[in-house]
Design a binder for this molecule. Structure first.
Ligand code: TYD
Length: 140
């Protein structure tokens, strides 16, 4: 099962720390148009709670722990981001919620497109309806 988890290439040196990297269109299967990050977030905070119609994103947490809940309308799964070499693809049409497990954990995101509010689905029932309609349309 592909749950979106992806190891980020990392060079670890004994005393100088870890250097992690990825390259657009090589490690990440899209060209990166936007980078954003969330900081200063207390533990127990929940963010996200939406899906995107077309946007593809790659999430990583270089500091702290964030538990991501994902739902494609059929199955639900979760991925813990708790190390700088852990990444997670959240493709289009996936409901996602990020739960902060440690104070100040940093969520970094690279995205396939510019910010566009019309690409969001912010209501869970609308999301289920959207994916069902897409699926039924594809079956015809
Ligand atoms: P949102 O994506 O809803 O984040 P969260 O689900 O974590 O709350 O974004 C929060 C606000 O920030 C919303 O008003 C849109 C704005 N925003 C931008 O203007 N540009 C961006 O690239 C992002 C990700 C959000």
């Amino acid at each position: 099962m592909n749950n979106g988890q992806q190891i980020i290439r990392t060079i670890q040196e004994k005393e100088r720390g870890m250097l992690s990297f990825f390259e657009a269109e090589k490690d990440i299967p899209f060209s990166i148009k936007r980078v954003y990050y969330i900081s200063g977030t207390p533990a127990e905070t929940i963010r996200g709670k939406h899906a995107h119609k077309t946007l593809k994103q790659f999430l990583f947490c270089p500091f702290g722990e964030i538990l991501v809940f994902l739902d494609d309308g059929i199955r639900e799964w979760e991925v813990l981001l708790d190390a700088p070499n852990q990444g997670l693809f959240v493709t289009e049409e996936i409901w996602h919620e990020m739960h902060w497990k440690s104070d100040g954990a940093i969520l970094c995101v690279v995205a396939s497109d510019y910010y566009d509010e019309t690409d969001y689905i912010r209501d869970y029932q609308d999301f289920l309806k959207y994916v069902k309609e897409k699926k039924d349309g594809n079956c015809r």
